[in-house]
Every structure is written in C-alpha cells, then in structure tokens.
Design a protein. Structure first.
Length: 266
C-alpha cells in the first residue's frame, strides 16, 4: 500500500521529465552484436547525474518499477533484459533496490529472421531519485546489423556483473512454506542452505503472478541457513496461490548476488 501511495504522490507532485532533464545525462541503445545462434545482444545505457538513482526490476515499496515498450520495432520475435547486480538503499525507513549513477542493461533480442537487420524502437517509463523522486519518459532507437562486429565492452561488463547461479553460489537446498493468516493473506517462510554473501544479506521475492503482493522480507541467518519471512496477499476477491516452482528468489550481499528459481515444500 505504501508503494502505491508513493507512486500517486510522485505522479501528483512531479510531472514526468524527459531523458534530457537535469537528472538524466544520457539514454541510448547500444547496437551490440549478432551472436552465432542468430540472437542479437544489444544494450540500454542509462547515464544519470551523480547522486541520482534509478530502479531495478523489483524496486521495493519506495520505488517506481521500469516499464519497457518495444512496439514499433521490426524483425523482433522476443526481447529479454539481463539485469546486473543492483544496490540496496533505505529511504524513509523503506527499502529500495537501485542502480546508482546509471546502468547498462544488456538486451537480448530474438529476431524473426536471423539473417536480416533488426529495427529496435524503445519507450521507457522509469523513476529516478535523489532528494525527490520523479518519473521519466524516454525513447531510443537503433538499427542492429547481422554483420559481424566487435563486441561492445560496456555490454560485456554488464553481462559479467550478473547474479551467481544456484550452483555457483553453492546452494544445497531451498525450502519454503506458506501458512494462511487468520485475518486473510498468508505468510511465506523460506530457508536457503547456502554460504553467506556478506555480513548483511537482503532477499527479494518475485512471484510469477505479478498481481500477488509480497511485503519486504525479514531476513536472518542461522549458521549455514539463510531464513526469510514475508507476508502475501492476493487482489481483493481472488484466491491466493503461490507457484513455488517459479518463485524467483534473489539474495543480495556485499560479495554479489545469487538468483534462485523455485523452492521445495518444507
């Protein structure tokens, strides 16, 4: 609820800025390169004025999630965004998951015809914050050639700055339990048997159903077990159902991040 109230306040107090505003120094698509399997690796470069931040895909209760519109693109069958490891900050007692001073997001494009050029058209609605938060509207375009070119070091660095996989981080087990609450909703409890990623570890839950609300988890560690609890709620009038197999769990720490897909019942 606090997230929706904040978004409403931002919409009322802060008219949408554009990519050439004082907060955004640059917003552009990097053409990238065509891969051997026919897909194309491009990139979205967002450069912010020092001190400004923009948000990760799951921004937290104090953030504005980015929204991407690829309509107008040609020779595009699918688009996948790769997300580098973000940072966690606190704003007025609420958690936000952000990129500070900007980010390069690798954009993996599957063309309809791998031998033909791709015409990429992008519109983005995103939030940027410093002392205040404002919504930003931005557009970019790029022509992606199928001809061999040198790989862009900026995109390669962003791809390398990815979360660890379950095997890389040494995850032994991931178990979760859902208990219905007396007043409605439910409580999700998760136990991850994995080495620590730092003295402070944050967890982000992402259900496959975007309408399902999940609170900021309360996280603590007992030896080799990282534990977290969060409240769940479905939209009014709809049954609450959590798909454990597709639940995405991201652990963020000082030594990097880990992404875990699915958990077994406790």
């Amino acid at each position: 609820m606090r997230y929706f109230l904040l978004c409403a306040i931002f919409a009322i107090l802060s008219p949408a800025a554009h990519a050439d505003s004082h907060a955004v120094k640059g917003f552009s698509l990097l053409p990238g390169w065509r891969m051997e399997d026919g897909r194309h690796m491009a990139g979205l470069e967002i450069r912010l004025t020092p001190g400004w931040k923009t948000y990760w895909r799951r921004p937290g209760e104090a953030g504005i999630p980015p929204s991407f519109n690829w309509s107008g693109s040609q020779n595009v069958a699918a688009v996948r965004i790769h997300w580098p490891v973000p940072s966690v900050i606190r704003q007025s007692g609420m958690r936000s998951v952000v990129y500070e001073d900007g980010v390069v997001l690798p954009i993996e494009v599957t063309p309809k015809d791998a031998t033909a050029p791709i015409s990429l058209r992008l519109g983005v609605d995103m939030g940027v914050c410093k002392d205040v938060c404002v919504p930003v509207e931005a557009t970019a375009r790029a022509e992606l050639s199928p001809a061999p070119v040198r790989q862009d070091a900026r995109i390669r660095a962003a791809l390398a700055d990815r979360p660890f996989t379950e095997g890389e981080v040494g995850l032994a087990t991931a178990r979760c339990d859902v208990q219905l609450a007396p007043g409605g909703g439910a409580r999700l409890s998760v136990q991850l048997n994995m080495p620590p990623l730092g003295t402070v570890e944050e967890i982000v839950f992402e259900p496959s159903d975007p309408s399902l609300w999940i609170s900021e988890p309360k996280t603590h560690r007992q030896g080799g077990i990282l534990m977290a609890e969060a409240d769940l709620a479905a939209p009014r009038g709809q049954p609450l159902a959590l798909d454990r197999e597709t639940l995405r769990i991201t652990v963020l720490g000082e030594r990097g991040a880990a992404e875990i897909i699915g958990c077994d019942a406790s």
